[in-house]
Design a protein around this ligand. Sequence first.
Ligand code: NIG
Ligand code: FE
Length: 397
Amino acid sequence: MLLTHATLATMTGGYGLIRDAAVALDGDRIAWAGPMADLPTAFRTLPEHACQGRLVTPGLIDCHTHAIHAGHRAAEFELRLQGASYAQIAQAGGGILSTVTATRAASQDQLLALALPRIDQLIASGATTVEVKSGYGLTIEDELKMLRAAREIALHRPVTVKTTHLAAHAVPPEFTGDAKGYIEKVALPSLRAAHAEGLVDAVDAFCETIAFSTADLAPLFAEARALDLPVKLHAEQLTDQQGAAFAARHQALSADHLEYLSPDGIAAMAAAGTVAVILPGAFYTLRETQAPPIQALRAAQVPMAVATDLNPGSSPLASLTLAMNLACTLFRLTPEEALLGTTAHAARALGLADRGRIAPGLRADLCIWEADHPAELSYRIGATPLHARIYGGRLDA
Ligand code: NIG
Ligand code: FE
């Protein structure tokens, strides 16, 4: 297929904007992209799809979601509006643990059925690749059940799904006060079992006073290394636990949230090439007032990704374009940084070298937007100006 007369944002060196551009696709790959005037003759006979000036970007990538879960937490939303904090609700047995109760009670099929409408909302906002975490099972079997359900998404929708093991998300009631015991008896064996079943692309954890310390997590990250799995970390969301530096010491793909990130953490991330995943949906939902240190991350040239953090508690947000809008308005990311954050930098946060930009040899995951400039994707609030998408070279209008 040949896309013609496109406004192309290749996301190479910024927007990499090319007006009146063509993109030639060969199977599931991009064969060529550039100005119409330079189109090699070999590609001129391909079946044409005229874009009529519409914006074409790489397919968007949501690199941080908790899309598999049962139940909702609207009652907690009401409690927080009355003044309770996220940490207070968690300490009283609500929060993540209330979703754990609902998720344990659900079957794999039920979890999948609940997730598909959420994935459809992400798809409607331009997602062609979605990361999905476990972390609401917190037993070996329930973590496996979540990861199996996550993997099944790709059998029902054309998106690529990357699965992340997050058994170290909270300490369940049966291990209260014994985070180390939980890591040893549940997190490690569930990781080994899930890896043996081919269900794990990366290992994540929640490093926080209400969850796990870096000392608790050291055996888990050591095991990830032994299994040759990359790590990521929910770090510095509510307090500074020096989680980002710990993650960077383990060559983490990303450290995520980062509102309380210190200069040392930034330096460690820059040195390790760890991506900063910015999650404005959680900041907004929790009415957090301390923004992540965007200007310092920028100055240190730490690549920034933007994701929804789609989850029933801290971020019931199912739109990548709205996440981009929030990142710009709340954190002063530029619209160019926001789009890099859901394309090239999101790919890097997932360790995916084959997507996130429009260049020869990369996977042909593309979005065609009813827009003529890439800043429009961040500028509109909650709009989904998606015209058509292409998954692995196949048009889905
Ligand atoms: O990314 N911070 C920890 N984990 C999730 C929240 C999960 C939940 O509240 O259910 C997050 O914000
Ligand atoms: Fe999260």
